[in-house]
Design a binder for this molecule. Structure first.
Ligand code: ADP
Ligand code: ADP
Length: 237
């Protein structure tokens, strides 16, 4: 469970990006965070894995007080939390399978990850992850030969290969066309339902959020202004 208690996030320049956030997200939920640009969606998501530090209140992930983690503990904690970005964050000039296998050696510098020698078990695990998102046939192709939707699936496979409990996705479909967006959302939904992985996603496309996600958290000016089932969203957020 992810629990925010009176969480505030103020950036160094004085901007208050989040204020008085109180939320509980149970294991296995599929949550969309919606709101206008600048509302605080990205900040909210990035506090969960300590990409940002909160400045007030308490944030717990499965009873772990996130603010109290140090150095190596943060890296271990992040192993359980996958992160997906709008821009995929892949190494495009190498193969799909290598991009997935980097998740097995998180502590190495990137060049060592990419030139690393992987075991047969690791290769099998990577292929399994690619199979789960329907791009097994692309395993040995260079990432730069794939479409945007396929690249986002590689990123999803990379995340799945680390066996996460939670996937945080920061505008995962923002750079995809509408048809591809839905295919990627189908993958998220399947992963969420079949593997009971919590998915917390920022998404500015409200219709897609309402269609796919079970719970909607609406943010305005750093505060939660809606929290409930997607079918109950009526007002502008
Ligand atoms: P959203 O994801 O909803 O677009 P963000 O979480 O990115 O919103 O931003 C929330 C607020 O915090 C905005 O006012 C933004 O300008 C500000 N902000 C975001 N990142 C930083 C930063 N690194 N330093 C200062 N202010 C920031
Ligand atoms: P897009 O950003 O792709 O144009 P939409 O057309 O779905 O996405 O929504 C545009 C904006 O209108 C959203 O950012 C949101 O603020 C608002 N909006 C649309 N529908 C809803 C709704 N059902 N509830 C709350 N806000 C909505």
């Amino acid at each position: 469970m992810i629990e925010f208690k009176n969480v505030e996030k103020k950036y160094a320049n004085g901007t208050t990006a989040l204020q008085n956030i109180n939320l509980k997200i149970e294991q296995g939920e599929f949550v969309a965070v919606i709101g206008l640009s600048g509302a605080g969606k990205s900040t909210l998501i990035r506090c969960i894995n300590r990409m940002h530090d909160i400045t007030e209140g308490q944030l717990k992930v499965d009873e772990v007080d996130v603010a109290k983690l140090k150095g190596k503990q943060i890296r271990q904690f992040r192993r359980r939390i996958g992160m997906i970005f709008q821009s995929f964050n892949l190494v495009t000039r190498t193969t799909v399978i290598k991009n997935v296998m980097v998740s097995f050696v998180p502590d190495l510098p990137l060049w060592r990850k990419l030139t690393g020698i992987f075991t047969k078990e690791q290769k099998i695990k990577a292929l399994e992850a690619l199979d789960k998102v329907g791009i097994l046939d692309k395993a040995f192709i260079r990432v730069d030969q794939l479409s945007g939707g396929q690249q986002q699936r590689v990123a999803l496979a990379r995340t799945l290969a680390q066996n996460p409990d939670i996937i945080l996705a920061d505008e995962p479909i923002a750079s995809l066309d509408p048809v591809t967006s839905k295919l990627v959302m189908d993958d998220f939904k399947r992963i969420n339902k079949d593997m009971n992985i919590s998915v917390i996603m920022n998404i500015h496309h409200v219709e897609i959020a309402l269609e796919y996600c079970d719970r909607i958290i609406g943010i305005r000016k750093g505060a939660v202004v809606f929290d409930g089932e997607s079918s109950k969203v009526t007002q502008e957020i």
